[in-house]
Design a protein around this ligand. Sequence first.
Ligand code: FUL
Length: 636
Amino acid sequence: MIELSRRSLIATSLAASAVPASARAGAAPKPYGVVPSPRQWRWHGREQYAFVHFSINTFTDKEWGFGDEDPKLFDPKDFDADQIVAAAKAGGLKGLILTAKHHDGFCLWPTARTEHCIRNSPYKGGKGDIVREMADACRRAKLPFGVYLSPWDRNHAEYGRPAYVEYFRAQLTELCTRYGELFEVWFDGANGGDGYYGGAREARKIDAPRYYDWPSIVALVHKLQPDACTFDPLGADIRWVGNEDGIAGDPCWPTMPNKPYDQKEGNSGVRGGAIWWPAETDVSIRPGWFYHADEDSKVKGPERLIRLYDESVGRGTNLNLNIPPDRRGRIPDQDVKILKSFGDAIRATFARDLAQGAVAHASHSRGPGFEPARVLDGNRESYWAAPDGVTSPTLTLDLKPGTRFDVIRLREYLPLGVRVTRFAVDAEIDGSWHTLAEHECISAQRVIRLGAPIAPRRVRLRIVEAPAGPAISEFALFRAVAPVPVPTIVSTDPSVLDVTKWTIVSASAPGAEKLLDNEAASIWVQPSPTPGTPARVTVDLGADTLLAGFSLTPSRQVMTDAAPPKGYIAETSRDGTNWEPGANGEFSNIAYALSTQRIAFTKVRSARFLRLTFSEPAVPAARLAIAGIGGFIATR
Ligand code: FUL
């Protein structure tokens, strides 16, 4: 904690008079370095929006479809675009991006260019258009709408050859011309691998930058949709934050070097980089991007979403929060409750800037139009600026007596570039100054949460390091409102048992508790079994249970040289000594489907213990990985 004396403050104010009068008054500062385009500047104001992954995977329980799925599988019985939009709004999300086509190639709109689309599904007798319904619902709710169009297409016969790029551009043109204004067009980085490819069933690799000629694709979007920011490749308006966990780097600069994307650089950006390529933080409210019933108990709670908010929006990036509809075509009730709790807490926290009514003064000011009070006017287009050459000024707010706060928000006026490198916020408490926080990078916004509310007499923004005088558009104070807790549920499926009540009796490798913790990201890993040395786990169900079968969830994370088990031997016991066969077989397509497999026993039985044995991995791999196991009872 730094204490700053009154003397050093006076010294700073005296330094102000050393600046030539000509530089202190008048014109706006010159931009520093690279600046956002008007389209990017508008995008910075969006803060957080919904990602909606909905497609044939919702019905096959997969994350990545192979491309050979029958369009008839797409059959939402109760699709309600307004319900989805209402859930997004409840969560405080200010836009919505729909997966018009995921990697499996199935199109949610009746495109003229392929039969692998909604026209050949039972939805509305083949007359449906989910893209239109979502676009219209967004418009009714005044929510900006955007689309995700997967460049990788595992269905298309020509994928990897020039004809597919022509097809991709034609699809993009349909989406950019039929559904009104789009605020974002999302191109996924996943590109190339095995797939159906019109029946070839082979692996195809491409060199994406050369194959797509991204600058020409981005130009096509901008021509048809001037306000739409494009996501991902070099040359696009926005970059990926480098992980799917919802965590932006600290700092996270909006600038990058003008070269192909590097994941580590993408997470933190590069100070002084040659291009404006700000980060979007994409993360799902559930472990998977698509809906899976077995993840009903794993929806991120409101407290976790607040942390995600702080680590994405609070670090100057935009949060793209995925909320996947279920097989009905609606956001599940549990997710809606969580979204509402999260949205209410964010709305209540940021409803009133407690700095309003404070008196703002600065060590230096540029004069009329750039006064310190500009940081209090709630207008992102106005800002306080110091005279040229003053790079470490301070701005102080004399607060109204009794102002208590625990959240601070700062915003830089980005059309003049990223000017502040390092800053600190101090508070004057009982006559002495204390540093509350010191960070690199303010950018679009910086949210600082304090451990507990404080009520100082004054707060001060201190620019510690900057290559150009700051242009600060906001210095705001808030009182955090905690979200209403939402109890977790086991599943929307009443037959699914609560595994958190189970315990491990014995296991072939340490860490088997990870199988029962309901955390998709915690995975039991061990050397791959062989028929002679199988992997095995025995669990105690805690009570005699009428068990109808077991389930196994493979890791959905991409893991190097690890695979789920190929098959299983399941046995049950009432006393832990005498075992009865339950089921014995192979998991279907487990290495690719990567979804929970439900295995029914030959007959329902009373059991206290369950023993699972795995004798080989599904594909050759050095390690066996399993995220979870479960059980279900008969419901009829
Ligand atoms: C990834 C994709 O492979 C996932 O399926 C998902 O669409 C996510 C947003 O991007 O790269």
